[in-house]
Design a protein around this ligand. Structure first.
Ligand code: ATP
Ligand code: MG
Length: 278
């Protein structure tokens, strides 16, 4: 005899760190044994969820996304990166200038607004390009900026994708040394500052061609790229650059070993990994 599908579902909902997967497959000799095991597991997991919520409301007072965001902001400010805030509503032409057109996989993931004239931004890059092109003419290099905020992509769910997520994107125009070395240096600075172990690997990207991915516990938490790049011309950028986009919910789930990204994203069901209707 095994757990019912309802019981499995309940355990999964409460299992913040995905630790109980194997137990779900257990066999029981009697109904009584099964019900007792289920009750024990449910109580144990409910306690863990309660603890998590108590910590959030009694000690931390801030969601993990905000805590990580604050830490990252501090690290970047110390390195003279300036935070910018740009619109979440993006004109369709800006996507096209990023080389994202109707044939691209990312195009299929866009949430359109106002009959397709605008969309919810799927990334910060178009706005940051535009800001840099203005700064390039007026300011001394290096110019260092970053933005942190919501991005939107239609995703076919899965444990690592949200339709609405928080991206931190930084870029240094006219980097102080060779762009790729500077990118590595910036990643090291951030990850050491966050006290998180990571790896960097080369990856292909439909937008940038080549990217350098930052991995934490085998999960992609960020993708970096460097210029000069063929996209630069569309934005009138002439200097070299180094930039990276980091997903905050990905970083949190990878670093804390949380089973599914939906637990850490904006939600009415979960807060900080814990289920609300315990
Ligand atoms: P993936 O290949 O995992 O779908 P991606 O390479 O398309 O991600 P990028 O465009 O490189 O994503 O975005 C930079 C970072 O933003 C990613 O490394 C990831 O941390 C985060 N990110 C991207 N899409 C999502 C999403 N749907 N939900 C949560 N985080 C995301
Ligand atoms: Mg990527």
């Amino acid at each position: 005899m095994q757990f019912t599908s309802g019981q499995r579902q309940r355990i999964r909902e409460l299992d913040i760190f995905g630790e109980y997967g194997e137990l779900l497959e257990g066999n029981f000799n009697s109904l009584e044994e099964r019900e007792k095991k289920f009750k024990d597991l449910e109580n144990e997991l409910a306690d863990k969820n309660h603890e998590q919520l108590k910590e959030l409301t009694g000690q931390k007072f801030k969601s993990d996304v905000r805590i990580y965001e604050d830490k990252l902001r501090k690290i970047l400010n110390q390195e003279n990166f300036t935070e910018v805030m740009t619109p979440i509503r993006l004109a369709r032409g800006k996507l096209e200038r990023m080389g994202i057109t109707s044939g691209d996989p990312l195009w299929q993931q866009i949430y359109w607004l106002q009959g397709g004239d605008y969309c919810l931004r799927p990334m910060h890059a178009p706005n940051l390009y535009e800001i840099l092109s203005r700064f390039e003419k007026n300011l001394e290099k290096p110019v260092r900026i970053f933005e942190v905020g919501s991005c939107f992509r239609k995703e076919s769910s899965g444990s690592q994708h949200l339709s609405e997520f928080t991206m931190l994107n930084l870029v240094e125009l006219g980097p102080v040394n060779e762009p790729i070395s500077r990118l590595e240096e910036i990643v090291e600075l951030i990850m050491d500052g966050m006290e998180i172990d990571y790896q960097m690997i080369g990856e292909k990207s439909s937008v940038y061609g080549e990217t350098v991915d930052v991995m934490v516990n085998d999960i992609e938490i960020g993708s970096g790229a460097v210029g000069p790049h063929e996209l630069d011309k569309a934005w009138d950028i002439k200097d070299s650059w180094a930039g990276i986009g980091i997903g905050l919910e990905r970083l949190i789930m990878a670093n804390k070993g949380i089973a599914s990204i939906s637990r850490v994203g904006r939600s009415l069901i979960y807060q900080d990994g814990a289920r609300l209707n315990i």
